[in-house]
Design a protein around this ligand. Structure first.
Ligand SMILES: Nc1ncnc2c1ncn2[C@@H]1O[C@H](COP(=O)(O)OP(=O)(O)O)[C@@H](O)[C@H]1O
Ligand SMILES: [Mg+2]
Length: 205
């Protein structure tokens, strides 16, 4: 495929949505065609699954149901939106992708890594991000940024849960060369500048 897939990962409130948007704007200024999207979500079917996943009414959801719903949402998102955009040569930026499943459902909810890997390969048609930006930040800082009354089902998890997620992302970053780890405690502008610099080192279009 001609296009590139760049993903953003990290705990809640680390700045993924902010930085994904700023990166998209940067590429657009450079005259590139960009497709910005997010998970869970994307096309209509995936967004409907997102509602089920994040709804506080669904507290009885089993971990394996959660894994399968994320995979279902992701397969529709990948097949209907991400792959066609990549075939068109666009730079696809996704705010979260399958590494979030490894961190949240794998490390934090203890679902077997091999099971997740296999479901993920199926759901993603085996595509992989070229670059994954991990915005790393202490859990307390992240959660304090998003503190609000209407926190969704995953945001309401304990501090310890989010610590496991943070640790899992850092482990993944060590395993996978596609990772760029960014210190997320600095200003929005400083982080944006570093992301652009680190990406430019890797992508010479
Ligand atoms: N580097 C930063 N410093 C301070 N606040 C930030 C920073 N990055 C993002 N924020 C703010 O923190 C909140 C969460 O950011 P967001 O990008 O939505 O995080 P995420 O998508 O990772 O949950 C937003 O209100 C955003 O404006
Ligand atoms: Mg976000």
């Amino acid at each position: 495929m001609k296009g590139k897939l760049i993903t953003f990962e990290g705990i809640e409130g680390c700045g993924k949505s902010t930085q994904a948007r700023l990166l998209a704007e940067y590429f657009e200024r450079r005259g590139k065609e960009v497709f910005l999207t997010r998970e869970p979500g994307g096309p209509q079917i995936s967004e409907k699954i997102r509602e089920i996943l994040l709804s506080n009414e669904n507290e009885e959801m089993l971990a394996r149901t959660e894994v399968l719903l994320y995979a279902a949402s992701r397969s529709q998102h990948t097949g209907e939106w991400i792959m066609p955009a990549m075939k068109d040569g666009k730079i696809v930026i996704s705010d979260r992708y399958y590494d979030s499943t490894l961190a949240y459902q794998g490390a934090a909810r203890k679902i077997d890594r091999k099971v997740i890997d296999s479901i993920t390969r199926f759901a993603t048609f085996d595509i992989k991000p070229e670059i994954t930006i991990l915005i790393d930040i202490p859990v307390e800082t992240g959660l304090s940024r998003i503190k609000r009354k209407d926190a969704d089902r995953l945001e309401r998890e304990s501090i310890d849960f989010h610590r496991k997620v943070r640790r899992a992302f850092l482990e993944l970053a060590k395993e996978e060369e596609r990772y760029i780890v960014i210190d997320g405690t600095r200003s929005i502008d400083a982080i944006n500048k570093e992301i652009i610099l680190r990406i430019e080192e890797r992508i010479i279009p």
